[in-house]
Design a protein around this ligand. Structure first.
Ligand code: TXA
Ligand code: MG
Length: 333
């Protein structure tokens, strides 16, 4: 078996030569390229079929590197960086001119984070450049939390996949922006709002589905499996879909499990961190079963529950009458 430092070395060579490499972080797997090589970054957009209006996060291996990328670092951003980096926190700051436009979709800002995974950090250090990386999934689909997930969907299109095991956090980083002296949450994620507010005070929060997404990629429908997910449902809906193949995404226990074809329990002990870490892999397993529909329980919107509910809302957005369940259109109203 190849030694992990050999593979990382090989991966860094690929990045330096303008290639693209999938790599593990503590949140989800990323698909990375040299942030200062616009052609390499363009390949990421092509492979993911990602619209060019959706900017990428720039990953660094040292908190000080933020100074090379951002024009200024407001005191609150600095405090959070000191407290949470390396970790699942992305800060959006005014960018320096030399970051290529393709990375930031022409915005005057850049999203920057230092991931907390030894392989990611070694890769960035050895590549000797910041690495621009979105999650390593086709645009709109769930993020990968294992190297196998990446292999299944993008395997033949990337130059190398680094396998660092399953991601420990399992949902993407929290994105905070610090523009015009306002601090706002663009995406709930691996660091909870409570933890952030305990350090910098009140943060503006924007609900899912608002007209103009603050983070250009935060579309109302996103992070979605192929099978429709239904989030707001009640017992009556179950009878209604009798005879259909339905899966359940449950928090702690499998209620009504006899009625479901398959049940995924995210955390038997009711721990939201554990549930977040299991979320995407569980949805992928359900998605692989050719079900007509996935029912999802809701989760408490505290701590990591906020990120879980955000992803589930987006995954289920505009599914009120599942297209695969024929003849039921409109009957839920
Ligand atoms: O945990 C994560 O953040 C993972 C790992 C790989 O680091 N990355 C990730 O990247 O989730 P991606 O591209 O899937 O999501 C990044 C989000 C997108 O919604 C994008 O629109 C937003 O960050 N974003 C990037 N640059 C931005 C900017 N300058 N202003 C506002 N939003 C930005
Ligand atoms: Mg993504």
């Amino acid at each position: 078996m190849e030694n992990s430092s050999d593979v990382i070395h090989q991966a860094a060579e690929i990045i330096k030569e303008g290639g693209i490499v999938a790599f593990p972080t503590e949140t989800v797997y990323g698909l990375g390229a040299d942030a200062f090589n616009p052609l390499a970054v363009a390949r990421i957009f092509e492979v993911k079929r990602r619209p060019y209006f959706d900017p990428l996060i720039v990953h660094v291996a040292n908190p000080d590197d933020v100074k090379k990328l951002a024009k200024e670092i407001p005191p609150h951003a600095k405090k959070l960086i000191e407290r949470f980096w390396p970790g699942p926190l992305t800060v959006v700051l005014l960018k320096k001119e030399d970051i290529p436009d393709i990375v930031t979709a022409g915005l005057s800002t850049a999203a920057i984070r230092m991931p907390n995974h030894p392989m990611a950090l070694s890769l960035i250090k050895e590549s000797k450049c910041p690495i621009a990386a979105p999650s390593a999934n086709p645009f709109g689909y769930l993020s990968p939390t294992t190297a196998d997930h990446v292999q299944e969907q993008l395997g033949d299109q990337v130059d190398l996949i680094l396998d660092g095991g399953p991601c420990s956090v399992g949902v993407e980083s929290t994105i905070l922006s610090f523009l015009e002296e306002k601090q706002s949450l663009l995406r709930p994620g691996g660091i909870s709002l409570e933890e952030i507010e305990s350090i910098i005070g009140k943060v503006e929060v924007h609900p899912v589905g608002e007209e103009r997404p603050r983070a250009p990629g935060m579309l109302p429908r996103h992070y979605a499996p192929r099978t429709p997910i239904l989030l707001d449902w009640n017992e009556k809906d179950l009878d209604h879909y009798q005879g259909k193949n339905i899966g359940l995404l449950a928090f702690q226990e499998a209620k009504n499990h006899l009625k479901f074809h398959h049940v995924e329990v995210l955390s038997k002990k009711g721990d939201l961190r554990e549930a977040a870490a299991n979320l995407f892999a569980a949805i992928r397993r359900l998605d692989a079963l050719d079900l007509d529909l996935i029912f999802s329980e809701t989760f408490p919107e505290i701590g990591l529950g906020r990120a879980i509910v955000d992803r589930l809302r987006r995954a289920s957005h505009s599914i009120t009458s599942p297209p695969l369940v024929g003849g039921n259109k409109g009957e839920r109203e």
